[in-house]
Write a protein that binds this ligand. Structure first.
Ligand code: ZN
Length: 248
């Protein structure tokens, strides 16, 4: 079973009627609901102002998570640095991480990528075509040449990220912009997928194609190997006393 933890800021849903109408139980619950229907996936959820401290994330939870999905927008700074670094280290050790939409500015994503992750944006109800760049990739299976979202928040280049290890989707908007909308990175033993759709004012996580991509991404970024690669002091090959002298 792939153990997924869906983390959501969960503020807009409680403060804006329009968002609450689309996601009455929060974006995290909508994602958990469609993922939870899969036989090979079990889902938990967490959010910023959970009763527990540290925005609902503990080391124990990360140890029991194969893939962490992150949606955040206006409250990134309320996620403590210690939590963000804990997540970064879990990814370096092999945990999968999926950053959705405005999670481009989340601390875990920025600390993993090392750049500002700035971009250009506009909320004017553009439609978006998401073009498949890699039709043979596991994350794009079940998607045609492209799919269309009728209303999105426009994100445009320049997107200040390191060059992705794989670019899987290019978004093109009715307003003219293009954007690297589906990007795959590897950091340490972990895989990271960034996916652009997901603005809270539109029913994007109810879209079948978006759900297909997220389902595929969960299976793809799930760890194949989970251990922090360390920096051991080692002996020569063939030394009968063994290989590692001490492990830092
Ligand atoms: Zn947005």
């Amino acid at each position: 079973m792939i153990r997924v933890l869906v983390w959501n800021e969960f503020q807009h849903e409680k403060k804006k009627e329009k968002v609450a109408a689309i996601y009455p139980n929060g974006i995290h619950q909508t994602i958990a609901d469609f993922l939870g229907k899969e036989e090979d996936i079990v889902v938990k959820t967490a959010w910023l102002d959970m009763e527990t401290k540290d925005c609902g994330i503990t080391q124990e939870m990360l140890d029991e998570t194969d893939v962490l999905i992150w949606w955040g927008h206006a409250y990134h700074q309320y996620v403590p640095d210690e939590v963000a670094f804990m997540i970064r280290d879990a990814v370096l050790a092999g945990m999968g991480f999926i950053a959705l939409h405005s999670a481009h500015h989340s601390k875990p994503f920025r600390y993993l990528l090392g750049t500002s992750c700035n971009l250009t944006w506009r909320e004017s109800g553009d439609s978006e075509l998401l073009w498949v760049v890699e039709p043979g990739h596991p994350i794009t299976q079940g998607i045609d040449r492209y799919f269309r979202l009728p209303e999105v928040e426009t994100y445009g280049e320049p997107f200040v990220i390191p060059t992705p290890d794989k670019l899987l989707f290019i978004g093109s908007y009715s307003g003219g912009e293009v954007f690297r909308s589906g990007c795959l990175f590897e950091r340490g033993n972990g895989k990271i997928f960034y996916f652009q759709p997901g603005h809270e004012s539109f029913p994007i996580f109810h879209d079948e194609n978006v759900q297909t991509v997220i389902r595929n991404a969960v299976r793809f970024v799930a760890p194949t190997y989970r251990r922090m690669t360390k920096c051991p002091h080692i002996r020569k090959l063939g030394d009968e006393r063994g290989y590692i002298i001490d492990e830092k």
